[in-house]
Design a protein around this ligand. Structure first.
Ligand SMILES: *[C@@H]1O[C@H](CO)[C@@H](O)[C@H](O)[C@H]1NC(C)=O
Ligand SMILES: *[C@@H]1O[C@H](CO)[C@@H](O)[C@H](O)[C@H]1NC(C)=O
Ligand SMILES: *[C@@H]1O[C@H](CO)[C@@H](O)[C@H](O)[C@H]1NC(C)=O
Ligand SMILES: *[C@@H]1O[C@H](CO)[C@@H](O)[C@H](O)[C@H]1NC(C)=O
Length: 252
């Protein structure tokens, strides 16, 4: 089945797909996309391979679908106000999905979910502003550009579905929610320019602490960003699955 493909699509096209209307997808895009090799729903080896192969074809772009190759994924702004600490990240891009390695893609028909496990290195770049007391450490403030490197991030997503009929009476997978978990096996590297309005010594102290205690920063702040990424994947996959009857994408 093509779950895998779907997923990929998402990954790669997030931007494109999410912006396309549902109708548009049904008209032309999907015709091509739905027609690839079909895996049995219980054949995880096939699904995983499909995911990987499709990823490569999307990396190069699919002109007939109007899909350009995509290196960087744009995600929504992250604006967080906690009682003591405020920060805003805008103009965020995430690179690295194109190199994702799918470790396993499977479908659990009992519990009705698609499970996707992949790993990659991700680099997020953004413009930031922040002010407030960070983790009882000190007052942190600044306004500049930043980047975060997540080394060997491993991401697991369960896309929960129901089987419903589309307008033509054909079965489709209707995603209704998802759950994810992630860990960065190779650690995380943080960089923020102009933090403390350019005080280099203080910046280094802070960045060293963040790099060293990355687990603390990941678990306290990572969720805000990770969910923005997985939301894109989820919505793109949802749109795709809604547009492709199961019989066209899997041995069903
Ligand atoms: C999938 O299910 C079919 C039919 O139940 C079975 O014959 C086949 O061996 C299963 N394939 C795998 C990879 O488990
Ligand atoms: C977004 O970031 C890119 C590169 O990081 C930069 O060229 C562009 O000017 C930024 N856009 C805005 C609206 O800040
Ligand atoms: C992060 O930004 C700094 C400063 O611009 C740069 O030296 C570094 O290479 C960047 N890291 C990545 C992974 O892009
Ligand atoms: C933390 O990361 C920054 C930016 O990549 C780097 O300059 C610094 O040396 C790192 N510090 C540690 C302790 O790894």
């Amino acid at each position: 089945m093509k779950k895998s493909e779907i997923f990929i699509i998402l990954v790669l096209h997030i931007v494109t797909f999410v912006q396309l209307s549902h109708n548009k997808l049904v008209d032309s895009e999907v015709a091509v996309k739905c027609a690839a090799v079909k895996c049995a729903l219980n054949d995880s080896v096939c699904l995983t391979k499909q995911a990987q192969n499709t990823l490569q074809s999307f990396v190069k772009g699919i002109p007939e679908l109007g899909i350009q190759k995509i290196d960087k994924l744009h995600i929504d702004d992250v604006i967080v106000h906690t009682p003591k600490f405020h920060y805003a990240w805008v103009n965020i891009t995430v690179a690295g999905m194109k190199n994702a390695i799918f470790d396993k893609v499977s479908i659990n028909r009992e519990f009705k979910y698609i499970r996707v496990l992949f790993h990659t290195n991700m680099v997020m770049e953004f413009d930031y502003k922040c002010d407030g007391i960070l983790l009882s450490l000190l007052r942190v403030y600044g306004d500049g550009i930043g980047n975060i490197t997540l080394n060997d991030i491993q991401m697991e997503i369960l896309f929960m579905y129901d089987i419903v009929k589309d307008d033509n009476g054909k079965d489709i997978m209707d995603l209704h929610t998802y759950y994810y978990g992630a860990n960065s096996a190779g650690g995380v590297r943080y960089y923020f320019s102009n933090i403390f309005d350019g005080d280099v010594k203080k910046s280094e102290l802070l960045l060293d602490t963040m790099n060293e205690s990355w687990r603390i920063f990941m678990s306290n702040f990572g969720g805000y960003f990770n969910r923005k990424i997985t939301d894109k994947l989820y919505y793109a996959l949802k749109i795709y699955l809604r547009s492709c009857p199961l019989e066209e994408i899997a041995q069903y």
